[in-house]
Design a binder for this molecule. Sequence first.
Ligand code: UD1
Length: 336
Amino acid sequence: MTILLTGAAGYIGSHTAIALAEAGYDVAIVDDFSNSSPEAVRRCEELTGAKMPLFNADVADKAAMRDIFAQVKPGAVMHFAGFKAVGESVAKPLMYYRNNLDTTLTLLECMAEAQVGPFIFSSSATVYGAKAKVPYTEESEIGGCTNPYGWTKFMIEQIASGAAKADPNMSVVLLRYFNPVGAHESGRIGENPTGIPNNLMPYITQVAVGRLPHLNVFGDDYDTPDGTGVRDYIHVVDLARGHVAALRYALEHKGTEVFNLGTGHGVSVLELVHAFEQATGVKVPYKIAPRRPGDLASVYADPSKAQRVLGWKAEKTVQDMCADSWRWQSSNPQGY
Ligand code: UD1
């Protein structure tokens, strides 16, 4: 069976393409390379020995997508494509709503036309409202997002589950990722942000490799054990395996299901910095800086539903996350 992946030249999609190929699925990819490189897919093919047909198209382009569906005849769709920079979404909200919603609507329309039922979506822990209490369960309150990026994730969850309600053939799985970090253990693929990274781990690795002078730790006066922000970092290879488990589920069920993909363990900014130094032997100079607007003190998952229903749980340690991020960054200092 062929699985059509949108945006799989990107960070999470490329790791999932490998996990799917290893699990015996055929993979086809559509990406417009607006924030990614075809080199990532070439390396996925090299690592797995599988051919991964790659279509250069905008997922919002209905004619192009119809054509791709006709050629690929997918048995399921995984939707990774989307704009994802929180700050940029505040500056360019219409661009974010237009892109993230248009691509999803076109994709769901093409799925309905071609009668493809299973749809796996890259959602985010960002959909949980600030009033939700940690650890977040799938029943925790959602909404009240602090930026347009988060609202697009929230809205797409509503759109996809509405589509599944109306079409008994559909099977929607919404995966709420916590903080994906790490890289494939080969060091051949990894996260490749354009410009100065917004997220913590790529920032740390770029400081370590000497591209940036020091890390700014955004706040040390939160109500957390060491005062710095606590997050649930999950190894991207564990996350990729979670998609294979979600696919198997979607192929056997109808309707909509939501799963948190996290480890259930909170790690502070300084704990991550020190774990990185320990795993790699490389010093990460840092300075305490003011809090970043919109940040919460502590965010981590209750991942027990994914374990119970999908038989999946995260297995890699924080040390693995740091060592693998570093292997990727140090062997590809300028990315792809
Ligand atoms: C952010 C987004 C979230 C998105 C996710 C994608 C916000 C409010 N949330 O999550 O919607 O889904 O990225 O991965 O932006 N930190 C520093 N210095 C840095 C960078 C980060 O101290 O240079 C701290 C942050 O304050 C936070 C932690 O590191 O405590 C993690 O930050 P980050 O990697 O940006 O992820 P989130 O903010 O959790």
